[in-house]
Structures are given as C-alpha cells and as structure tokens.
Design a protein around this ligand. Structure first.
Ligand SMILES: Nc1ncnc2c1ncn2[C@@H]1O[C@H](COP(=O)(O)OP(=O)(O)OP(=O)(O)O)[C@@H](O)[C@H]1O
Ligand SMILES: O=P(O)(O)OC[C@H]1O[C@H](OP(=O)(O)OP(=O)(O)O)[C@H](O)[C@@H]1O
Ligand SMILES: [Mg+2]
Length: 284
C-alpha cells in the first residue's frame, strides 16, 4: 500500500487544529516543530509541515496527496485541487475596509481608489465581477496599517473578531470571501483510494460527533410518547426502565444547533435530571 502524504501548516493559526483533528482520526504522530516530515505510526501516511501558502500548489502538483489549508489561500493561489471536506475551523472573512471617517461607503465609491492587500488575485476577481476599477497595492502583512500610513485609501484583509480593524480605526463594508480550513486532495486521487476513503470516514465521524451531544434524562413512563416525538436520536431514542416503578431513562443524541430549544421542549414534556455528555465519534 502506497504511503500517502498530507501537508499541514507548520506553525500558525491552523497548525494546532489540524494536528488535533488528525489525532482525533486515530493517527499517531509527532507534531515536530523542527522537522518538516513526520511518519504516522499506525496508518500509511506521512505528515508534511509547510508554510500554508505552499500547500495548495504542492497538492496540485502531487508533492503531497492531501492538504489542510484555508480556502482564502487556495483561492488566492488559484491551485487546481479537489475540495474533500470543510473542517469547521479557521473561520474568517476576507473584507474590504476603510477608515472610520472615509467617504468611501460602497463598492462604487472605490472607483479610482487604491486598496492594499495580501490577496491581490481574489480582490482583482471581486473588483472585476463588480465592475470597479481600483488600484490594487500588494503588501505582505500588517495590511491594516496602510491607510494610516497614506499608502492606500482602503484595505482588503482577513477579519475574524474585527478587533484588528477596530484598533486601527477601520470599518468594513464589503465581504469578499468567507473562508474556513478545507481538506483538499490532488485531483483524481480520492475516489478510488482506500486510505483516503478510510480517512474521510474517520473525519466525518469526528466532525459529526462535534455537532452533537449525548443526552440522558429521566421521566415518568406516561411522558414517553411526547418525549420520543421530540427526539430523533441516531435511529430512535433508547428507553431503559429505572429501578423506581413507573419511571424510565431516555438516551438520545441531540444536535448542538437546536440544543437549548430541544431541552426546553423536553422539560415541558416532563424530562428531568437531564445529563449531557460530549460525543467523541459517530460512525454510520
Ligand atoms: N484572525 C483569524 N481568525 C481565524 N482564522 C484566521 C485568522 N487569520 C487567518 N486565519 C486563517 O488561518 C490561516 C493561517 O493564518 P496564519 O496567520 O497562521 O498564516 P500565515 O502567517 O500566512 O502562516 P504561514 O507562516 O504558514 O505562511 C489563514 O490563511 C486563514 O485561513
Ligand atoms: O479580526 P481579528 O480577529 O482581529 O483578526 C484579523 C487579523 O488576523 C490576521 O492576522 P494575524 O493575527 O494572523 O497576524 P499576521 O498579520 O501576522 O497574519 C489577519 O491578517 C488580521 O490582521
Ligand atoms: Mg502564509
């Protein structure tokens, strides 16, 4: 069986979460800081630790078979790769922002103005699509300072909490791209490859588990129907008799999305002593 290679960020915002998700997939390896390659001890896979900017092209060219990298970087490099799975971390948005008191308030106002960014390709595409002619100035970092220095009229950079914009006296007004970390593959390798399919199965079970909670509650037998109607579980809820006559425990899995809404309805339907536990994996 061929040993696959997966490229992840060496250090930076995506490193820890990439290592964490691969570990939760049962892969055992050292998170080397000084070495660029680490063999997985219990799976035919090697981890390559790289600068994130290089990952899409390494995967496109087959130097790595798989990669974990931000969508913003994939789009900026324009690499031709297959998106295998969104990973739910590294969420951020590429935004255009201007100084708080700027008279630029809409895309049209950017006509003839200058915009500093580290994402010239994505920005130029966005401006073309919106038929705005602006001067795109490429800088490699600390983009938020460029309007204060008189280098540009606007900026286009990654925003997450908005704290960096705020502390530099900037306000956002246009979203260019929403991004999160993505598992990518070299085109054409994923469908037929057993190891990739096994990794995907493990990954889906880990991501699914993160979105759900295991819930146990007690109730009188007479409430079972009303409570069961509120729950789907994986197939249907498990109902176990309690030692006390006329009572039972209901075990189920509840989605994180509508968790509190469900709990409130369950309490009204007679659920009590509700215990909530994290789920590690859900395998279909
Ligand atoms: N503030 C943020 N909040 C959430 N995610 C972010 C934020 N800033 C960046 N990201 C995401 O994390 C990725 C990595 O960010 P990081 O700042 O570590 O990149 P970098 O400095 O280019 O790293 P490298 O040294 O690997 O080139 C970004 O490409 C983006 O997808
Ligand atoms: O909206 P916020 O939560 O403030 O995050 C946004 C900041 O995060 C990123 O920079 P980072 O901190 O990674 O530093 P960098 O400039 O070295 O990439 C990005 O370039 C912004 O500057
Ligand atoms: Mg980088």
């Amino acid at each position: 069986m061929k040993t696959l290679k997966i490229a992840i960020q060496k250090s930076g915002r995506l490193n820890e979460k990439s290592v964490d998700i691969l570990s939760k997939c049962g892969l055992s390896f050292e998170n080397y800081k000084s070495s660029l390659i680490s063999p997985v001890q219990n799976f035919p896979l090697e981890i390559l630790f790289l600068r994130d900017d290089d990952i899409p092209e390494y995967v496109q060219d087959g130097i790595a078979d798989l990669g974990i990298v931000g969508e913003n970087v994939i789009e900026e490099t324009g690499a031709d790769v297959t998106y295998l799975h969104r990973l739910g971390f590294g969420k951020c948005t590429l935004k255009i922002a201007v100084p708080n008191h700027s008279e630029i308030n809409s895309l049209n106002d950017l006509e003839g103005k200058s915009i500093a960014t580290s994402y010239p390709n994505i920005l130029k595409k966005f401006l073309n699509k919106n038929q705005v002619q602006a001067d795109v100035r490429v800088i490699s970092g600390s983009v938020e300072i460029s309007t204060n220095l008189g280098l540009s009229d606007a900026i286009c950079d990654i925003v997450s909490t908005g704290g960096t914009l705020k502390s530099n006296g900037l306000k956002p007004f246009a979203d260019v791209l929403s991004s999160e970390a993505i598992l990518i593959a070299k085109n054409g390798i994923a469908d037929e490859n057993e190891q990739v399919q096994e990794l995907l199965l493990r990954l889906r079970s880990v991501l699914r588990a993160k979105e759900n909670k295991y819930v146990v509650m007690n109730t009188e037998r007479s409430n079972i129907e009303a409570i069961s109607n509120l729950l789907s579980g994986i197939k249907s809820p498990t109902i176990v008799p309690l030692a006390e006559e006329g009572w039972c425990a209901v075990h189920t899995v509840i989605s994180e999305k509508d968790f509190w809404e469900k709990i409130s309805k369950l309490r009204k339907a007679g659920a009590q002593g509700i215990v909530v536990l994290p789920v590690e994996k859900i395998i279909f």
